[in-house]
Design a protein around this ligand. Structure first.
Ligand SMILES: C=Cc1cc(F)c(CN2CC[C@](CC#N)(n3cc(C(N)=O)c(NC(=O)OC)n3)[C@H](F)C2)cc1O
Length: 302
């Protein structure tokens, strides 16, 4: 046998490529405007020993316009490695690359919106502050890569276990152009306006500091254990009085410009509410940073 001819090694299968025929739907985890997230079992051996994964896909009617957005989200998540950010696992191409699916790790305890109301008795304030700090760690990491999340809310934070939370969805995440420092928000019909800072509502500009504002609202949700009767939306609508349709945004802008803010939740220590208020400074440049939030939250936990 000629020693110069080395046998070609059999190529290892790429673990980030998931074949559609082995992806079995278990149940739906969530629904968005343009698509859904399903719990699936990737079971190539067909004996139910395969791993559970979370799969994000687009609704057929939105595939055309939204596939670029999903591809962007895939490329962003693929490059994120942080304990407080959900893990990218791979993609599933179907119909010859026409439709693509994002495969992520499955975080079985679900989002804070499902978890906190059901586990209120065993979740202390100290734990809530730890969750808050972890979200800030994830967001600081995201911002260090010049990404803005634009949809930070309790519904998009997942509970890995009683001690660990992860930011779980990056559907609206965008890269900020270095020199500009902000992203111009197109009028997304799914804008979560009650989590949005004034500059996003009035000038359609989204800064890193706009995510800090949304973090403040997310922290408010955390401290109220995501009690839907005290949700940001219901409280703001209450403060605005009955409104109809697009008037809501204008009334919200006026209310925020008048300095009105979500009230201190019952039982929330003053220093904790102060942190939220520093996330809600009217001007982006006056707001606290995630770095500062991490320090202050650490000191509170001593
Ligand atoms: C196409 C766009 C689109 C579609 C959508 F359905 C949503 C909304 N969706 C986001 C992902 C979601 C919440 C978060 N974070 N989630 C992820 C996991 C996981 N990785 O395990 C999980 N687990 C769980 O619920 O366990 C019991 N929930 C939940 F599916 C809602 C947003 C969108 O942009």
């Amino acid at each position: 046998k000629n020693p110069l001819i080395k046998p070609k090694p059999t190529p290892e299968p790429d673990p980030t490529v998931f074949e559609k025929r082995f992806l079995r739907k278990v149940r739906e985890l969530g629904e968005g405007h343009f698509g859904k997230v399903e719990l699936c079992r990737y079971d190539p051996r067909g004996d139910r020993t395969g791993e559970l994964v979370a799969v994000k896909s687009l609704k057929p009617e939105n595939r055309e316009e939204q596939s670029t957005n999903l591809s962007r989200e895939i490329n962003i998540l693929k490059g994120l490695y942080h304990v407080n950010i959900v893990r990218y696992k791979g993609i599933c191409q179907e119909e010859g690359g026409q439709a693509i699916k994002l495969i992520m790790e499955y975080v079985p305890l679900g989002s804070l919106k499902e978890y906190l109301p059901r586990n209120k008795s065993k979740t202390s304030l100290s734990t809530l502050l730890s969750y808050s700090k972890q979200i800030c760690n994830g967001m600081q990491y995201l911002g260090s890569k010049n990404y803005i999340h634009r949809d930070l809310a309790a519904r998009n934070v997942l509970v890995e276990n009683e001690r660990t939370v992860k930011i779980g969805d990056f559907g609206l995440t965008k890269s900020i152009k270095e020199n500009e420092g902000y992203y111009t928000v197109k009028d997304e019909n799914e804008s979560p306006v009650f989590w949005y800072a004034p500059e996003c509502l009035t000038h359609c500009k989204f800064y890193l500091a706009s995510d800090v504002w949304s973090f403040g609202v997310t922290m408010y949700e955390l401290i109220t254990y995501c009690d839907s009767t005290k949700s940001p939306m219901s409280l703001f609508l209450g403060m605005m009085g009955k409104t109809q349709g697009q008037m809501t945004v204008m009334r919200l802008v006026n209310l925020l410009s008048d300095g009105r803010r979500l009230p201190r939740p019952e039982g929330c220590p003053e220093p904790v509410y102060e942190l939220m208020r520093r996330c809600w400074e009217h001007k982006p440049e006056d707001r606290i940073t995630f770095e500062r939030l991490i320090k202050d939250l650490s000191n509170m936990q001593q």
